[in-house]
Design a protein around this ligand. Structure first.
Ligand code: COA
Length: 245
């Protein structure tokens, strides 16, 4: 089968309440070119996504993403790096800020910017033979699409150092024990159906309570005890007086 045209690097399909966003550059292991990021940003604003109850991001049954397109990442000037984040590089933040529950379905390689994308979703379901890692420092750069921040929040500074500097790749079992993955499928089972099932369950939760709980959890990680307690109670107060359906 020939590669999809550049205009078709990201697809979206609905499965009930769940929008499944599919990276479609498999011949390049779903390497995230600027064009793919631009299309992903556009996809997030399509009605299939905005009107969904939850979003799953997948690269298909063979690979999630081998990360940023290496042909683009290493030759940027400082000004070009900032222009990149103004243009398409903010896609990870856009995913992180989706109001709905989000789940990554991870098969095969999930490296660099691909792992940063997976970390931008609320939950990660992986195949038993998925491979995760941050190759950036070996290329003379660092994960910079919110990945360091989210990695530290997810696994702590000591594990983050290990993963970014000392361990090029880890398998699913180890990634789960580190807290990087939510669930691993049995061997031979692709992760998308379980990711869609989990997303469907999350879509059934009261949306405002879900969104506030997610934000309060992130804020708690970086707040004083007093601020974190206040945020919890303000969330409760806001929800107690809202339509909780
Ligand atoms: N950027 C651009 N192209 C990529 C890519 C990336 N991140 N990852 C894979 N590709 C391309 C390869 O160049 C190759 O293209 P070609 O068939 O036109 O030559 C194709 O995808 C298949 O990759 P290949 O390396 O042949 O597959 P593999 O199974 O032997 O190795 C990896 C898989 C993931 C180990 C290897 O592709 C790799 O290390 N990729 C780079 C990962 C990386 O550094 N990502 C972070 C960037 S910050």
């Amino acid at each position: 089968m020939s590669a999809p045209p550049d205009s078709n690097l990201v697809a979206v399909e609905r499965r009930g309440e769940v929008a499944v966003v599919i990276l479609r550059r498999e011949a390049k292991l779903n390497a995230m070119s600027s064009e793919m990021e631009r299309q992903l940003l556009g996809t997030l604003t399509r009605p299939e996504v905005t009107a969904s109850g939850a979003v799953v991001i997948t690269g298909g049954d063979r690979v999630f993403s081998s990360g940023a397109d290496v042909a683009e990442v290493t030759d940027r000037s400082p000004a070009e790096v900032f222009a990149y984040y103004r243009n398409t590089g903010g896609v990870h933040e856009a995913v992180a800020q989706l109001p709905q529950p989000t789940v990554s379905a991870i098969a095969g390689y999930c490296l660099g910017g691909g792992l940063e994308l997976a970390l931008a979703t609320d939950f990660r379901v992986a195949a038993a033979d998925a491979v995760l890692g941050f190759p950036e420092v070996r290329l003379g750069i660092v994960p910079s699409s919110g990945g360091l921040l989210r990695l530290v929040r997810t696994v702590g500074t000591a594990r983050a150092r290990e993963l970014v500097l000392a361990r090029p790749r880890v398998g699913s079992a180890e990634a789960t024990s580190l807290g990087l993955l939510t669930e691993v499928c049995p061997p031979g089972v692709v992760p998308l159906p379980r990711a869609v099932e989990l997303a469907g369950q999350l879509a059934g939760l009261p949306p405002l309570a879900y969104a506030l709980a997610c934000q309060a959890i992130d804020a708690a990680a970086e707040s004083s005890r007093e601020a974190a307690l206040l945020i919890e109670r303000l969330c409760y107060a806001a929800l107690a007086s809202s339509d909780r359906a």
